[in-house]
Design a protein around this ligand. Structure first.
Ligand code: NAD
Length: 251
């Protein structure tokens, strides 16, 4: 099950996990976008089911999990990928609704899916949970306090949940992508340029310069790391936060 699998990184994760033989449940808000992911998975000879889900709504998450378990029998791998960038603004100009909205999707959403799926994972004595955090959970990103707080929160959630459920052969890890090239990061750069009075090119080049390789990350790099953490090659990895950042963060 991949939350936010309708586009972007989540879509690449769905396709990659399908290549590894998984049936995919896509849990996202937008049916049209999810349909595109279904078609991409089917093009890999995989099976995908799109279930309209709002991860901030417990009823919605419970209904998706119920349908997934009915139709597929079990859920082995859960990828908490749904996330929003939140506002780009100084802390004192962020209103509490914007704060809540960011924390709701990025942090509460992962809590709801885990809370709902853990009983069946414990029942089958197996589970692999991967939370898509961010390097912004580890290092500051000015003008993005709610996002940074949500992602650092997700890393803390990962570690404590990993410690709680390890005895059931349930591994819980985070991936911390650096800036992933694509429409979302381009929007974020545009907003940052506007908020700081600089050009888009300057903001983008700053982001690239933070990598020793002077580059951003591709969504496929993140998808490959998810597939690794779900595979038996990573059976003895849990509670970790794995950077996929072209070296932007090394801790
Ligand atoms: N793009 C980056 O540079 C970058 C870097 C680090 C971490 N991340 C993280 O990776 C994840 C995916 O990012 P992306 O760049 O693909 O973003 P995106 O905006 O392209 O995709 C996010 C997906 O989440 C879905 N979503 C949003 N709110 C939802 C909700 N309430 N319920 C269900 N689905 C919801 C959206 O519909 C969308 O399909 C996010 O958690 C993001 O914070 C992204």
């Amino acid at each position: 099950m991949v939350t936010g699998g309708g586009r972007g990184i989540g879509q690449a994760i769905c396709v990659e996990l399908a290549r590894h033989g998984a049936d995919i449940v896509i849990a996202d808000l937008n049916p049209d976008e999810m349909q595109e992911t279904v078609e991409l998975v089917e093009a890999e000879n995989g099976r995908a089911r799109a279930l309209e889900t709002d991860v901030t709504d417990l009823d919605s998450v419970e209904s998706t999990v119920e349908t997934a378990l009915e139709e597929f029998g079990s859920v082995e791998w859960l990828v908490n990928n749904a996330g929003i960038a939140g506002p780009t603004a100084s802390c004192e100009s962020i209103d509490s609704d914007e704060w809540d909205a960011t924390l709701d999707v990025n942090l509460r959403g992962a809590f709801y899916t885990c809370r709902t799926l853990l009983p069946s994972m414990k029942g089958q004595s197996y589970g692999r949970i991967v939370n898509i955090a961010s390097v912004t959970g580890k290092r500051p990103l000015t003008q993005r306090t709610p996002y940074a707080a949500s992602k650092m929160g997700l890393i803390g959630f990962t570690r404590t949940l990993a410690a709680e459920v390890g005895g059931h052969d349930i591994n819980v890890n985070s991936i911390c992508p650096g800036s992933v090239d694509g429409p979302r990061i381009q929007r974020v750069f545009e907003e940052k340029a506007e908020a700081t009075g600089r050009s888009y090119e300057e903001v983008r080049s700053d982001a690239e310069d933070q990598s020793p390789r002077q580059e951003l990350v591709n969504r496929e790099d993140v998808a490959n790391a998810v597939a690794f953490l779900c595979s038996s090659d990573a059976d003895r990895m849990t509670g970790q936060d794995l950077n996929v950042s072209a070296g932007k963060v090394m801790y």
